[in-house]
Design a binder for this molecule. Structure first.
Ligand code: APR
Ligand code: ZN
Length: 238
């Protein structure tokens, strides 16, 4: 029986071939920076400029990158499933906008989006792709010193969790793509999917920490494995 509602979780591995570093691979971001210093609320309060510079550097690496075949294939799957009365919910841990630029319409950014800035004081949120600094004033409340990237830090609650769990519980297929299965709550989604009785599949460069929890695994580059899987799914739906 072909799945009607597919829940897809993606991680940094889906954007790796577009040129963005992952976090825990060899040479990844957490081998160059201490996570506690640049991606935690404590790190931000201790040294806001250092944290803002880290995200300015990361945002600048996002310039000039393009979606890869995996992003495009996931958008094609969403279109094909919508056309047949089904759905694809794409929940991403990534803060880049490559899924949207690849054509996906419904993208849930549970760790936020690096091309948006949020005021720590009034919560105002707006697209912002310039460099952030402690001298930047908030366009909404006028205060300075509180503008931060709209990115969820360790110790903070991920975004859209109600919508995510609602979509996960309504799904009949769970697919995890390009994530090491290290960070919760995302790493716990496969267990929730299994508890709900749906089939689970992992697509990754190599077996993740959670590989044993998946019914199926397809290993190799996302830009090859994801289009191959989507082609099979669309053919089955025809
Ligand atoms: N194709 C498919 N998978 C790949 C590719 C590729 N080309 N390159 C790397 N991978 C896989 C790696 O094998 C690894 O399992 O992608 C995964 C990336 O894992 P991480 O670097 O841990 O990234 P991710 O799982 O997204 O991290 C989750 O941790 O630091 C936080 O907030 C950050 O959202 C991030 C979260
Ligand atoms: Zn403000």
């Amino acid at each position: 029986m072909l799945a009607k509602n597919i829940f897809i979780l993606t991680g940094a591995g889906v954007s790796a071939e577009s040129g963005l570093s992952t976090f825990r691979d060899k040479g990844g971001i957490w081998s160059q920076y201490r996570l506690e210093e640049v991606a935690s609320i404590q790190g931000y309060e201790r040294n806001p400029s250092f944290v803002l510079d880290f995200y300015n550097m990361r945002r600048n690496t996002h310039g000039g990158i393009e979606p890869n075949a995996a992003h495009v294939a996931l958008a094609q799957l969403e279109e094909a499933w919508s056309a047949r009365g089904g759905s694809v919910t794409l929940c991403t841990q990534n803060v880049d906008n490559l899924h949207e630029r690849g054509g996906s319409k419904r993208v849930l950014h549970m760790h936020g989006e690096i091309a948006k800035a949020r005021c720590h004081d009034c919560g105002a949120l707006a697209p912002y792709d310039g460099d952030l600094s402690v001298n930047l004033g908030c366009a909404a409340c006028g205060r300075t010193g509180g503008m931060r990237p709209h990115v969820v830090w360790f110790g903070e609650t991920p975004l859209l969790m109600d919508e995510i769990y609602e979509a996960l519980s309504a799904a009949d297929l769970f697919v995890s793509i390009g994530t090491s299965g290290n960070v919760y709550p995302a790493a716990g989604f496969v267990a929730a999917a299994r508890a709900a009785g749906m089939p689970t599949m992992e697509i990754n460069l190599e077996a993740s920490e959670n590989a044993h929890l998946f019914d199926m695994g397809r290993y190799g580059k996302a830009s090859e494995q994801v289009p191959a899987w989507v082609t099979e799914m669309v053919a089955l739906a025809d």
